[in-house]
Design a protein around this ligand. Structure first.
Ligand code: 7RM
Length: 633
């Protein structure tokens, strides 16, 4: 197993070693895994192209490390503990032995249906064990998984299938989430009608058993295909730098990018970070409430925990069903030791009142985590007192889809915690702050743009099919640095506090969204001439979506028009991108070069109507007053 630091001295020691001799440090971590062939060189890199390779020449299969490696020691230990949407349905479990067998069987079913090493397989599934099993089955045979969050629309799904030219989609019949029954297969059918020519096969997992249409020759029942196979499937030999998966994420421009992670480095870093951040001990029950459609689910429901031989809970439902006590009921029932969730969920449950959390015995909790967005002070204290009872350290973990794993975080019981601070870098992570000119901001009690100056094993390697976009987005702002897109503060003791995005990316309930992406969707409405979208502070969601819209023909019923706009956004992206507020305007404040002055729009959306800064250079200063009036109305 990778190193697990236990004391402050051990953390400091590991950190120092990882900076003085990164290759030595990571080679030592990597050597604790099962390799089919050892690597020749630990690291080759430059951030100019960029070109980063870890464990060069090494051969492995990540599923051997998640599964086979554990069979002798903990074959009968629970690997996946499934908590269904309906609390009255009993839990189901997969031991490491059972999970190994299920993954092999599914891998054989993929092979029998023409999936080969290097092929892309798209997922559109609810949070059921068969999702984790099928993802691992891809990794078993060297197929590349691309999981799409099942809340995205058919259009968004089609865009992702086409971008990665996927050969297969794996979906469910229906998805039970709270009181809803979502027709997942129907969404896939709609997506495939949008010209996804690369798709040859659709595997449909029978989840609710509800009725679906099956297209002959294309659609097959997952259950039948898998059951027909043997449980023996040799693991494909993968190069350390072969692709493991693609995961789409939003940026400040254009369509979402497919972030690419590779086998070796991702394996080493997710296991290492999981063990240290959660201080997982043999026999603990660990629960991360994320969806596998996001990076948090990839790294800290599936890969990290399984690599570490942990028991990982998979939850199908939502925090408020059947009531706002669900999370705590499950923690109590399953005796959860480490609990990892998002600030938006904490705020939503906090707003429902303490009685829901006070009802349950949470004494099993040892570590509680937060991820996805800044956690405000009030929510931090509530989480600390009500959930952690003042004796479960909060790990406020900062990281990104692109970083593959947690980069900045307190280590529970080892480094101190401070509200709103993600605190200290993990061993092997070298964050720095720069100003807008790229000049290093040194010392403490300072603010700047958060960059990383040295590679870590699980960093993104490219964006699928467009390496130049990867270079432009992350490596061109500042020479020799990875730029995160976040602004941060460093306090007097060297702790980092993440302030938030400095680009046109907003974070709504922990979901990353490009303002341009939402604008493009709104602009699809035939009566929209132009739109501008900004984020504004929202009590529960962290940020809400505020859309300013210029229309072509005057509308009689503004409310009906707003509803139409929402429907267009749901169609183009999904319900998570629905604007919270829509303001009709006759113009948008623009610079003389025609750029929208988002700074002004952001301020107005936040309720600020004075101190808008210099507006004299605007092309159309007169619209500012109208925008303010409309916002107040
Ligand atoms: C894991 C994940 C990444 C963006 C990132 C930040 C924000 C994430 C924190 C945070 C403050 C945190 N991946 N972010 N964690 N901000 N404190 N602990 O969320 O790719 O979907 O989003 O999320 O802005 O750049 S992500």
């Amino acid at each position: 197993m990778t190193l697990q630091v236990k004391t402050l001295a051990e953390y400091q020691d590991a950190y120092q070693k990882s900076v003085d001799d990164p290759e030595g440090f990571w080679a030592e971590q990597a050597s604790t895994f099962q390799w089919k062939k050892k690597w020749d060189k630990t690291l080759e890199w430059n951030f100019k192209d960029p070109d980063v390779k870890w464990f060069v020449g090494g051969k492995l299969n990540i599923t051997e490390n998640c599964l086979d490696r554990h069979l002798a020691d903990r074959g009968d230990q629970v690997a996946i503990l499934f908590e269904p949407n309906d609390p009255t349905t009993p839990n189901t479990t997969y031991t490491y032995k059972e999970l190994h067998a299920a993954v092999c069987q599914t891998a054989n079913a993929l092979k029998a249906n023409g999936i080969e090493k290097g092929d892309r397989v798209c997922f559109y599934m609810p949070m059921v064990p068969e999702l984790a099993i099928s993802v691992l089955a891809c990794a078993r045979i060297g197929a590349i998984h691309s999981v799409v969050f099942a809340g995205f629309s058919a259009q968004a799904l089609a865009d992702r299938i086409k971008d990665a030219t996927c050969k297969m989609v794996i979906c469910s019949d229906y998805n039970s989430r709270g009181a809803k029954n979502i027709p997942v297969k129907k969404v896939v059918d709609d997506a495939l009608d949008m010209g996804c020519d690369s798709i040859e096969t659709v595997f449909v997992h029978k989840n609710t058993g509800g009725e679906v249409e099956m297209k002959a020759g294309r659609d097959k029942w997952w259950n039948e295909e898998v059951d027909a196979q043997s449980t023996d499937c040799p693991a494909e030999e993968m190069d350390a730098e072969d692709m493991l998966f693609i995961l789409y994420t939003s940026g400040s421009t254009g369509k979402p990018k497919g972030v690419v992670h590779t086998c070796g480095g991702y394996m080493v870093y997710t296991c290492f970070s999981f063990r240290n951040v959660f201080q997982y001990k043999e026999g603990d029950v660990y629960w991360c409430t994320a969806d596998i459609g996001w990076i948090t689910g990839h790294s800290y429901i599936v890969y990290g925990p399984l690599l570490a031989g942990a028991t990982t809970v998979m939850f199908e439902g939502v925090p408020t069903y059947p009531d706002p006590g669900r999370f705590w009921e499950v923690c109590d029932k399953l005796k959860v030791n480490q609990f990892y969730t998002a600030p938006t969920a904490i705020r939503a449950l906090m707003a429902k009142g303490d009685q829901w959390v006070d009802k349950y015995d949470l004494s099993s909790l040892k570590v509680i985590g937060s991820v996805g967005e800044p956690i405000n002070e009030e929510a931090w204290h509530w989480y600390d007192e009500k959930v952690g009872k003042g004796n479960s350290p909060i790990v406020d973990t900062w990281w990104q889809t692109e970083t593959g794993g947690i980069l900045i975080t307190p280590l529970p019981g080892i480094t101190d915690t401070k509200p709103c601070f993600a605190s200290y870098p993990m061993p092997g992570v070298q964050p720095i702050l720069v100003d807008s000119q790229g000049v290093l901001v040194e010392g403490n009690d300072v603010e700047g743009l958060l960059c990383v100056k040295f590679p870590w094993p699980s960093m993104l390697r490219t964006t699928y099919g467009d390496h130049e976009r990867c270079r432009m987005t992350y490596f061109s702002s500042f020479e020799n640095l990875y730029f995160t897109g976040d602004g941060a503060r460093r306090d007097v003791e060297g702790r980092y506090r993440i302030i938030g995005r400095v680009d046109d990316v907003i974070n709504v309930s922990g979901h990353r969204m490009g303002t341009a992406e939402v604008e493009n969707a709104i602009d699809e409405h035939p009566n929209v001439v132009e739109s501008a979208v900004v984020g504004y502070p929202h009590d529960i969601k962290g940020q809400g979506i505020y859309a300013y819209i210029i229309i072509n023909e005057p509308v009689e019923d503004e409310d009906a028009f707003r509803k139409e706009v929402l429907a267009v956004v749901v169609r183009e992206i999904g319900p998570i991108a629905k604007p919270d507020k829509i303001q009709l305007v006759s113009g948008l404040p623009k610079t003389r070069s025609g750029k929208i002055m988002r700074r002004i729009l952001r301020k107005v959306a936040s309720g600020e109507t004075s101190n808008l800064g210099d507006i004299s250079t605007l092309l159309n200063p007169e619209v500012v007053e109208e925008v303010i009036k409309g916002a107040l109305a």
